[in-house]
Design a protein around this ligand. Structure first.
Ligand SMILES: NC(=O)c1ccc[n+]([C@@H]2O[C@H](COP(=O)([O-])OP(=O)(O)OC[C@H]3O[C@@H](n4cnc5c(N)ncnc54)[C@H](OP(=O)(O)O)[C@@H]3O)[C@@H](O)[C@H]2O)c1
Length: 248
């Protein structure tokens, strides 16, 4: 059910954190994975390890985004799995002071780039006869996070869930499934500063019902499930992987 043998996958954000774990997991189940981000050295090393392909792109530049899918198709063949993992925050200002430029960059990278990539893989999925798109959002697309201001980030991540259900309904007839995985808190570059302070790690611990810290690998089960035939009747959903944070 979980076999991905020979299927071509794209994983953005695969030079760090959750994206690396997702790329390794998909490759472990047999997929041929193209890893996408800006840092070529890291991508090249990972592509070598998993026998995939490295494609560099600044995904906040929406013209550059358009080059990704053609490059993958040329190197590995038609993609039928897309994981939109790249994401970032450009400001930690409170909502009333968020600079417009930072809000725009956030929406471009976190919401519009995944949408454009979905548009670009769709014809390949039509040709193959199936496809699965998995967006990585965040629990902050669902609940406010006290003490960590992130208005445009939260809006961009909530937007992914709306995009997910709409694309799922439009493309279901083509056997293209679209889902979102919403992580809670995990150690990575983006959350590095949070884990550097004892005060904030204690805050995370106190608000996470499960009695352990999640690791990047904890995201991969949901992604592999949604990418494979094990999830073949699941579409339009946002699956939360957060140790129970949003269940409180
Ligand atoms: N870690 C968490 O607690 C957490 C919680 C909720 C949601 N998330 C989401 O999970 C996803 C992965 O985050 P992470 O925790 O693994 O963070 P991370 O370690 O900071 O990784 C972010 C990835 O996105 C890529 N990226 C950032 N800006 C990019 C750009 N302009 N163009 C292309 N690639 C870009 C980075 O690659 P380059 O720098 O090489 O370009 C990197 O591979 C993100 O969408 C994040 O919002 C994470």
């Amino acid at each position: 059910m979980f076999d991905l043998d020979g299927r071509v996958a794209i994983v953005t954000g695969a030079s760090s954190g959750l994206g690396v774990a997702v790329a390794r997991a998909l490759a472990g189940f047999g997929a041929r994975v193209a890893v996408v981000a800006r840092r070529l050295d890291r991508l090249t090393e990972l592509a070598k390890e998993i026998d995939g392909a490295a494609v560099t792109c600044d995904l906040s530049d929406l013209d550059q985004v358009r080059t990704v899918v053609p490059a993958v198709a040329e190197q590995l063949g038609r993609p039928e799995i897309l994981v939109n993992g790249a994401g970032s925050m450009f400001t930690y200002e409170r909502a009333e002071s968020e600079p417009l430029d930072a809000s725009r960059r956030t929406v471009d990278l976190n919401l519009l780039a995944p949408f454009l990539l979905a548009q670009d893989v769709q014809p390949h999925m039509l040709a193959v006869g199936r496809g699965t798109i998995i967006n990585i959002s965040s629990i902050s697309g669902r609940v406010g996070i006290p003490g960590i201001p992130q208005a445009s980030y939260a809006a961009s991540k909530a937007g992914l869930s709306g995009l997910t259900s709409e694309l799922a309904v439009q493309w279901a007839r083509h056997s293209i499934r679209v889902n979102t995985v919403a992580p809670g808190f995990f150690r990575s570059e983006i959350t590095g500063p949070l884990y550097d302070s004892e005060r904030s790690t204690e805050y995370l611990r106190r608000n996470t019902p499960l009695p352990m810290e999640g690791s990047a690998e904890d995201i991969t089960g949901a992604v592999v499930w949604l990418a494979s035939d094990a999830g073949r009747y699941v579409t339009g959903q946002t699956i939360v992987v957060d140790g129970g944070w949003t269940a409180r």
